[in-house]
Design a protein around this ligand. Structure first.
Ligand code: PLP
Length: 393
């Protein structure tokens, strides 16, 4: 059976060019990038080349790129690093952080951990399209606000947030601003100068690189307490022997993403539109969850009335179509997606939704197979769904 992968927001395949670039560093180029000898210097050169490649993709100076173990670490390092970097005696009350209700768990649960430490956190709600209103962020600002963190692109529904506007108001008030750009980098243009961010998280495995490596952009002058303690790696910002092969992979993926960004984005948007139009035409009682005006080109989140998203994902998998109910980090959870309920969906509707996320290697033929399989599977599941029968009697 041919298998079609429509879960590129969970992870992407490693691009062949990336695997090729990494290969030498898994073999004879094994040196420790901190060693002074030839082996070490070869690894160091590779790490510094990757730093330039990543920096170029987001229009940052290479010295402001810190390599990490991935998006989760970058987000944690940003959130805890800023909070721990501010001295409490400069504030009159408990430190305060602003975020949104639809952040990825890497930020959301970090914010909840801050609350357990006595730090105040405002979780700003989003519109039914999943967009945060900058004026609501502005209203949440207090004299003790030290950090605003708002994601650039949502992993479940693909909406893009008005990060430029929010960073401007943070800058005017000298509040550090972090954005989780893990789902945006490689899909939409990301320019740290244009966005005006102080910190930005990205992850290699969402842009056709390897798993377990990412980066945190840290604007010069940002006060950041290291999240981990150890050696003097990464200019004292992130201790630990560098994952040289992974970093080389991230660099190669970044360079490729820069070259292919425009082409990938327009091709994926066309495929996404074909998939969306096809589902809406062939299946009744469905809704698309996103902001049609401002979203990633590859993501489609759809509610299919009367059936469980989990059952649909499993039934589609049996027919060779791989997708998900939302965040891979939440799979197996019986709770409805907090992102979808934050948009105002009922728990039942949130549980009846799936995410289809396209990637560089998907073709029109893949979309057409999905459009053949999805209506059949939905019809079959609805035929045995008491909930659907009652609602549509
Ligand atoms: N932030 C967002 C928006 C994500 O989608 C993900 C991964 O799903 C992460 C952070 C975490 O990245 P990583 O898997 O590299 O830890």
């Amino acid at each position: 059976m041919a298998r079609i992968y429509l879960d590129n927001n969970a992870t992407t395949p490693v691009a062949p060019e990336v695997a090729e670039a990494m290969r030498p560093y898994l073999a004879e180029g094994f040196g420790n990038a901190s060693s002074v000898h030839w082996f070490g210097q070869r690894a160091r050169e590779a790490v510094e080349k990757a730093r330039e490649q990543v920096a170029r993709l987001i229009n940052a100076p290479p010295a402001e790129i810190v390599f990490t173990s991935g998006g989760t670490e970058s987000d944690n390092a940003a959130v805890f690093g800023v909070v721990d970097g501010v001295r409490p005696r400069t504030l009159s009350g408990p430190k305060h952080v602003i975020t949104t209700s639809i952040e990825h768990p890497a930020v959301l649960y970090s914010a909840r951990a801050l609350e357990r430490r006595g730090i105040h956190v405002s979780f700003v709600p989003v519109s039914p399209a999943g967009v945060v209103d900058p004026s609501e962020i502005e209203s949440a600002v207090r004299p003790e606000t030290i950090l605003i963190t708002v994601m650039l692109a949502n992993n479940e529904i693909g909406t893009l947030q008005p990060v430029e506007e929010i960073s401007r108001l943070a800058q005017e008030r000298q509040i550090a601003f972090h954005t989780d750009a893990v789902q945006a980098v490689g899909k939409v243009p990301v320019d740290v100068e244009k966005l005006g961010v102080d910190l930005l998280a990205l992850s290699a495995h969402k842009l056709y690189g390897p798993k377990g490596v990412g980066a945190l952009y840290v604007r010069k002058g940002t006060r950041l307490e290291p999240f981990m303690h150890g050696g003097h790696h990464e200019r004292d910002r992130r201790p630990g022997t560098e994952n040289v092969a992974g970093i080389v992979g991230l660099g190669a993926a970044a360079e490729l993403a820069q070259r292919l960004l425009a082409e990938d984005a327009s091709r994926l948007a066309a495929l996404r539109d074909r998939l969306e139009a096809g589902i809406l035409a062939r299946v009744e009682n469905v809704r698309v969850n996103s902001n049609p005006a401002h979203r990633q080109p590859n993501t489609l989140n759809v509610t299919f009335d009367g059936i469980k998203g989990e059952s649909l994902v499993m039934a589609l998998d049996l027919e060779g179509v791989a997708c998900s109910t939302g965040s891979a980090c939440a799979s197996g959870s019986i709770e409805p997606s907090y992102v979808l309920t934050a948009l105002g969906l009922s728990a039942d509707d949130a549980r009846s939704s799936i995410r289809l996320s396209l990637g560089r290697y998907n073709t029109e033929a893949d979309v057409d197979v999905a459009l053949d399989v999805i209506p059949r599977v939905v019809e079959r599941l609805r035929a045995i769904s008491p909930r659907y029968a009652t609602a549509n009697a």
